[in-house]
Ligand binder design. Structure first.
Ligand code: FAD
Ligand code: NAD
Length: 466
């Protein structure tokens, strides 16, 4: 079978690329090695983790904040089986949604492992042992990523687990040791801390979510500490041993002392690696560079004409919306259009409570670049809306060019930060100054008033409510 566009991998990069290619009139096929579409994000990533974050947040509120609102209930109990089943139901609904979109756009779905035969032919090896070869004028590689594993951390998927198993536990751990206090650690650590587990974070860097603006990490640490978590920062894990009923993590601290932490489960979340296993890239004339597929910055085309790559398998942030943007970008490039992605304005969100959301440059990046900047901050505790809801933890921090006042970065920790960041993305896309945003009317009472106030603070320190 001959196609205009073949997409390998059905995550947010792949399925979105396929839809856009089909919309543009291409005969399109998508190959997925699993029996369900949606990739990491839908099946073992963004969606199931958010479902569990929401369920655990409800439990936490029922146990700890309802009484304050004058809602009296007897102590809530966790039915972990139901919580996990609900999560699986959410995923299933969305799997069905993607199947519908494939049909609607007349995209042919092949379930099986895709591997290159040559630069325009892909073999699909199916679960029933049969295989089929298809050819494409254009091929988009969207094979995503898998958790990073280290030789001295023997992931056994029962007690020493990755995020995939953490989304399907049959019990709430008594003591969960989380190796890596990055995005997955913060989110899934929060889930189990809210459900009553003792959570210990062992982190190589000196703070949580160390790649984000330092103020965010500091504030998030305080918030998660309130759930009873403890931290081992500047600790490098050197070994993990499953003792049967419990697991011991050994780490070295900054004084080079050995520290041991024992829990009943260990969650390993130390990053993810691009995934190209089984693709047989060599047959297409492709290689990887430190695991990633190299692409041309202007076209996302590999060194082989007609073969493109997008999402987690190439450079850049490993985020679903970044993969989606690249999927649309490549489909439009193939159609001869001249699309554009502003990588500086891909927001990053951590779905803890309070949420953390960032776009643009961090203060540390501006300092390192020697850029003259000014800051404006506004705390949630000074907001009417936050006081009414009881969500007073957090702040908005705006970084603006010292001379021109152009907004260079916005970092928010607080209730609904994930949605609030969209305003900052729009403002920065249109190269707004802090004063531009400060002069726009923001509904009262809303969390977004903190954005306006932080912009007022950045322009001549004229926030009204602090
Ligand atoms: P993937 O989603 O990884 O999809 C790749 C697909 O390709 C997979 O289905 C795989 O089976 C298939 N495949 C691989 N090789 C082959 C082959 N040879 N033949 C056929 N099929 C193949 N990002 C966010 O933006 N927001 C979040 O809230 C968020 N939460 C996350 C939570 C967790 C726990 C995890 C692990 C990740 C999360 N991410 C989140 C990251 C997000 O999931 C990824 O950035 C995103 O899925 C990348 O999309 P992709 O299309 O590049 O690859
Ligand atoms: P991460 O890069 O966010 O965090 C990994 C952490 O592990 C880092 O802080 C690192 O310093 C630490 N670490 C590494 N080696 C260590 C060691 N030997 N000992 C102790 N600490 C060590 O990676 P992640 O949390 O695994 O997430 C993977 C990817 O998935 C991220 O890049 C993220 O983009 C994506 N993701 C996104 C979301 C979201 O957008 N909300 C949610 C989950 C995952």
């Amino acid at each position: 079978m001959q196609y205009d566009v073949i997409v390998i991998g059905s995550g947010p990069g792949g399925y979105v690329a396929a839809i856009r290619a089909a919309q543009l009139g291409n005969k399109t096929a998508i190959i997925e090695k699993y029996s369900v579409l949606g990739g990491t994000c839908l099946n073992v990533g963004c969606i199931p983790s958010k479902a569990l974050l929401d369920s655990s947040e409800h439990f936490h509120n029922a146990a700890h904040t309802f009484a304050d609102h004058g809602i009296e209930i007897s102590a809530p109990k966790i039915n972990i089986e139901q919580m996990i089943n609900r999560k699986s139901g959410v995923v299933k609904k969305m799997n069905d949604g993607i199947n519908f979109l494939m049909k609607k756009n007349k995209i042919t779905v092949y379930n099986g492992l895709g591997s290159f035969v040559d630069k325009s032919t892909v073999n699909v090896a199916k679960a029933d042992g049969t295989s089929e070869q298809i050819t494409g004028k254009n091929i988009i590689i969207a094979t995503g990523s898998k958790p990073t594993v280290l030789p001295f951390i023997p992931v056994d998927k029962t007690r020493i687990i990755t995020s995939t198993e953490a989304l399907n536990l049959k019990e709430v751990p008594k003591h969960l040791v989380v190796i890596g206090a990055g995005v997955i650690g913060a989110e899934l650590g929060s889930v189990y801390a809210r459900l009553g587990a003792k959570v210990s974070f062992v982190e190589f860097a000196d703070s949580m979510i160390p790649t984000m603006d330092k103020t965010m990490g500091k504030e998030l640490q305080k918030a998660i500490k309130k759930l009873g978590a403890d931290y081992y920062f500047s600790h490098k894990v050197t070994g993990v041993v499953n003792n049967g009923d419990d697991v011991t993590v050994t780490a070295r601290n900054s004084k080079d002392e050995e520290v041991q932490i024992t829990g009943d489960y260990v969650l390993v979340c130390i990053g993810r690696r691009p995934y190209t296993d089984g693709l047989n890239l060599e047959a297409a004339g492709l290689t990887t560079e430190r695991g990633k597929i190299e692409v041309d910055e202007h076209t996302l085309q590999t060194k082989v004409p007609g073969i493109y790559a997008i999402g987690d398998v190439i450079r850049g942030a490993m985020l679903a919306h970044k993969a989606e943007e690249e999927g649309v970008f490549v489909a439009e490039t193939i159609a001869g259009q001249k699309p554009h992605i502003n990588y500086n304005l891909i927001p990053g969100v951590v779905y803890t409570w309070p949420e953390v959301a960032s776009v643009g440059k961090t203060e540390e990046e501006l300092k390192a670049a020697g850029k003259a900047y000014k800051t404006g901050s506004f705390p949630f505790k000074a907001l009417g809306r936050a006081t009414a809801s009881g969500d007073t933890d957090g702040l908005v921090k705006v970084l603006a060019d010292k001379t021109t006042d152009e907004i260079l970065g916005v970092h928010i920790i607080g209730a609904r930060a994930a949605d609030m960041i969209a305003e900052a993305v729009v403002a920065m896309e249109y190269r707004a100054s802090a004063e531009d945003v400060a002069r726009m009317s923001h509904s009262h009472p809303t969390y977004t008033e903190a954005m306006k106030e932080a912009c007022l603070a950045a322009t001549e320190n004229r926030a009204i409510h602090t």
